[in-house]
Design a protein around this ligand. Structure first.
Ligand code: RIB
Ligand code: CA
Length: 308
């Protein structure tokens, strides 16, 4: 059983990661934490609450950081829409935001369960960075950290930076050098999971509310991605959940990652260092694309069988 704290900036691909995590018996969501990223916090929190309500997720949903550690807020309305999750329509919901501070929850949960909690960050790493600063023992108590972010080459928000890093580079540097075991799903791997109309149709045929939400969201997401990045969307964030369910789908190299927090042109760039000045990160290189898509289909079948 993988016990996870899932930090999200919901977001279209975040939503698929949440759906996959909620579907699988091998994953226990301890909490969802919404953070500023694809959209401002009030949107990512609302989107995460709506989705958790629709998926009948019992875990608490916390409000995380409304802003990066140091830089100004960077959002992506063109890709994810003005509300951050354009496409699906949600009615009134029962799920309410969990009272209490997200960083305190992270520290308490991890320190009370040493070696058992995996922190998954699929938005900017602000919340985890804050928790690591408040409780330096956290890195030693975490089972592992799994993040979506970074690139060894071409970026997606600037020529050299991937969005989750670019949106809070200082947080990324803190997390990537903390010493906990880290798995990093960068663009080198996640861009191998670009979806196609057939996959959307397969999941539509599954039926159920989760499938309906997926198809409504992919309708908008595909249109915005084709317009701005000239291709269908990649399932960036779901790679982190797929790794926890079926790690054998992925292959890695061991790297030391340095984040550029100084320059303007390369701000947020992740450099894979050949020498080892810091801590080793398992950097994803390859994914079995068909195996990944079959896992996605299976997760939506499980949700349908659960009546969701
Ligand atoms: O670069 C892709 C990442 O940025 C994904 O997490 C996506 O949701 C956006 O946050
Ligand atoms: Ca995300």
């Amino acid at each position: 059983m993988e016990r996870i704290i899932l930090d999200v900036d919901t977001g279209h691909d975040d939503a698929v990661a949440i759906e996959m995590a909620a579907s699988h018996p091998g994953i226990r969501i301890e909490a969802l934490i919404a953070v500023n990223g694809n959209s401002p916090l009030h949107n990512t929190l609302e989107n995460t609450l709506n989705l958790a309500d629709a998926l009948r997720i019992e875990a608490p949903v916390f409000a995380g950081s409304p802003a990066p550690l140091l830089r100004s807020r960077a959002n992506a309305p063109a890709i994810h829409g003005e509300n951050g999750f354009a496409g699906p329509v949600f009615g009134p919901r029962k799920k309410q935001v969990q009272s209490g501070n997200a960083v305190e929850f992270i520290i308490r949960t991890v320190m009370d369960n040493p070696g058992q909690i995996t922190f998954v960050s699929v938005g900017p790493y602000t919340d985890l960075a804050l928790a690591l600063r408040v409780e330096p023992r956290l890195a030693g108590a975490l089972k592992q950290i799994v993040v979506m972010g970074g690139t060894s080459g071409q970026g997606n928000v600037t020529p050299n930076a991937e969005f989750n890093i670019f949106a809070d580079p200082e947080a990324a540097q803190i997390v990537l050098s903390c010493g906990a075991p880290i798995v990093m799903m960068g663009l080198d791997c996640t861009l191998q999971t670009i979806i196609n109309p057939q996959l959307i149709e397969d999941i539509r045929k599954t039926g159920g509310r989760a499938s309906e939400i997926f198809c409504a969201s992919m309708g908008f997401y595909a249109e915005s991605c084709l317009k701005y990045i000239h291709d269908y969307p990649a399932m960036h964030d779901p790679c982190c959940i797929a790794y926890l369910i079926k790690p054998q789908l992925f292959s890695f190299t061991e790297e030391t990652i340095e984040v550029d927090t100084k320059s303007e042109l390369n701000y947020g760039r992740t450099s894979l260092m050949w020498k080892d000045p810091g801590h080793i990160v398992r950097f994803a290189r390859r994914v079995d694309r068909e195996g990944f898509f079959e896992l996605m289909r299976d997760c939506f079948r499980r949700l349908k069988e659960a009546g969701i």
